[in-house]
Design a protein around this ligand. Structure first.
Ligand code: SF4
Ligand code: FES
Length: 332
């Protein structure tokens, strides 16, 4: 008879949950849900070895475990730190964490052009959300920013390296979803950049997924760039018969026209099922899709507004005086 695995109790912002040993603080927080979930710009649950690069998910561990309740001396990357039984974590309730998140945001924005008004990712960009929540109104630096010319990487993808935050999700996606290693991070430190070897085209059937995993507008879809602001489009769940992938996608309609096709994503904006290039880039005729109905966008963002659907997230205060702005899924 198999022995039952003892679960670990972890308390985050005053809310306690039980998780399997080996679970990270970030995933334990996601189990609790709501605003206590730290932002994550580089972690991606379906990509092995992701995380640990951006530091947006830092949290304060105020008690290491039941056996050793001493606090951890430094803020910890929640995507890379496993919970211990009896651990206590502070995210929203920690001034140190909030201060560090402001600093990390400032750092991520040092070279990032604030070109949201012309960037296709605006409205669904994690860095934009992070900047609104934790950014400063003014920069404290005036040195020359690193700049790159936009580059075509393959027939369908445009790389705008100025916007890249070097999270490495696209590199991991390309390595893990395709059979060949097609691109990577060249050079080091301030000179690091995403590139293909001698601009070799990315031409694998699943390479389009790098666009979906990119948290900013560094990788964009050449077949739909500049066609519409995302909040003027209607996302619809749709499927088609595809022999390469499940054919389950989201088609973004402008009027009756399909202007963009993406994979379906969860509330943390992570792809649920990767789709092939044919579905993403070549099926732009509405007749090729069976429309299932409006897509519910879980993320709190401008794209989840005005889509004629019942909101499922509401903010509430917990009884715990330390926890603030915890959201709860309503039943619908
Ligand atoms: S291009 Fe996008 S996904 Fe790739 S490292 Fe840069 S920010 Fe991350
Ligand atoms: S999400 Fe944890 S370090 Fe980037």
């Amino acid at each position: 008879m198999s022995e039952e695995i003892k679960k670990f109790k972890v308390t985050i912002d005053g809310q306690t949950t039980e998780v399997e040993p080996g679970t990270t603080i970030l995933n334990a927080a996601r189990q609790i849900g709501g605003k206590s979930v730290p932002p994550a710009m580089c972690y991606y649950s379906s990509l092995e070895t992701s995380g640990g690069r951006c530091r947006t998910c830092l949290v304060e561990v105020s008690a290491g475990s039941e056996k050793d309740p001493r606090p951890m001396p430094k803020l910890m990357a929640s995507c890379r730190t496993a919970v211990m039984d009896g651990m206590e974590v502070k995210n929203l309730t920690s001034p140190k964490t909030q201060e560090a998140r402001h600093a990390v945001t400032e750092f991520l924005l040092i070279n990032h052009p604030l070109d949201c008004p012309i960037c296709d990712q605006a409205g669904e960009c994690h860095l934009q959300d992070l900047a609104y929540e934790n950014g400063e109104e003014q920069t404290r630096t005036d040195f020359e920013r690193r700049t790159f010319e936009p580059e075509d990487i393959g027939p369908y993808i445009k790389l705008n390296m100025n916007r890249c935050i070097l999270c490495a999700r696209c590199v991991l996606a390309a390595n893990q979803l395709t059979e060949e290693r097609e691109h990577g991070i060249l050079f080091r430190g301030e000179h690091a950049e995403i590139s293909t070897y001698l601009n070799k085209a990315l031409d694998n059937d699943f390479i389009g997924n790098v666009i979906d995993v990119c948290p900013v507008g560094a990788l964009t879809d050449k077949t739909s760039r500049f066609m519409s602001r995302v909040w003027f489009t209607k996302p619809m769940d749709a499927h088609c018969n595809c022999d390469k992938c499940s054919g389950k996608a989201v088609v973004w309609l402008k009027g009756e026209e399909v202007i963009r096709v993406t994979a379906r994503k969860d509330q943390y904006d992570e792809v649920q099922e990767y789709i092939c290039n044919t579905c993403r880039f070549e099926r732009k005729d509405a007749k090729e899709w069976i429309i299932e109905g409006p897509r519910h966008i879980d993320r709190h963002s401008v794209i989840s507004l005005n889509h004629y659907q019942k909101p499922v997230e509401t903010l509430r205060m917990l009884d715990n005086p330390e926890a603030k702005e915890i959201s709860k899924k309503d039943e619908i």
